[in-house]
Design a protein around this ligand. Structure first.
Ligand code: DX5
Length: 231
């Protein structure tokens, strides 16, 4: 069964941004044409790094209108996820590995009025989410081990993306596939051809010598070309 590819969305990670000017950085990303902004929330427990509390995100919320998503790389996400929704995140990504009650945690996100998504570390199989696909708008397949930006892309995750895409199509579900980690001009085509349609990029956006708008447009065109080979 052939199914039309889902619209490409470029979701910047603000991890490489200037943390002393996050509101202005969000405005620059919106002006550069991003589809959403991903906040990499890290607690120093689930991953060996510490980043944004809900108040930081709430301070940036009024500056832009693009949707915010919180990528909760935290232990016991149930404890804080409502605060990230109150801070203005329309979508919450929960790691399957971060809670023993994943189904209940995703229901908690939806009950609080946000869209739910589930994230998978590189070693976690697709089977970990097969019983919660009906609760989520998106599945994030990590293409690095979480915790830091600027890491090398794990091309070995592409068969996992393809397996997930097949499962979603077979079930006729309306679910996006996001990838995050090492996404740039040289890697985005492989991830998109495998089935991802929401692409998170941090380093690749900020290191483009022609600026953010060029980087966003370039990544988008490369991803769309990969969705339509031979076009
Ligand atoms: C890892 C982070 C990174 C970040 C993007 O925990 O989630 O993947 O968003 O990193 P780069 O710089 O590789 O795009």
């Amino acid at each position: 069964m052939t199914v039309a590819p889902r619209p490409v969305q470029i979701a910047p990670s603000v991890l490489p941004a200037d943390f002393s000017r996050l509101g202005e950085e969000c405005v620059a990303l919106q002006q550069a044409g991003v589809d959403r902004i991903q906040w990499d929330v890290m607690d120093g427990q689930f991953v060996p790094n510490l980043t944004f509390g809900p108040d930081v995100i709430a301070a940036c919320r009024p500056h832009v209108t693009v949707p915010f998503e919180a990528h909760l790389m935290v232990s016991t996400p149930e404890v804080l996820l409502d605060r990230y929704i109150e801070a203005g995140c329309e979508l919450i990504l929960v790691h399957a590995e971060s809670t023993i009650h994943l189904h209940r945690c995703l229901e908690q996100v939806r009950s609080a009025g946000a869209a739910a998504a589930v994230a998978l570390n590189p070693s976690t199989p697709i089977s970990a989410v097969s019983h919660v696909l009906d609760l989520v708008e998106m599945v994030l397949v990590m293409t690095v081990n979480p915790g830091f930006g600027g890491q090398a892309y794990l091309a070995s995750m592409e068969p996992k993306v393809a397996e997930l895409r097949t499962l979603i199509v077979e079930r006729g579900l309306d679910v996006d596939i996001e990838v995050d980690g090492g996404i740039g001009p040289e890697t985005i085509a492989g991830a998109t051809a495998a089935g991802a349609n929401v692409l998170v990029a941090g380093s690749a956006l900020y290191r483009d010598p022609e600026g953010l708008a060029h980087a966003v447009a370039d990544l988008r065109s490369r991803a769309e070309a990969a969705q339509h080979p031979g076009a």
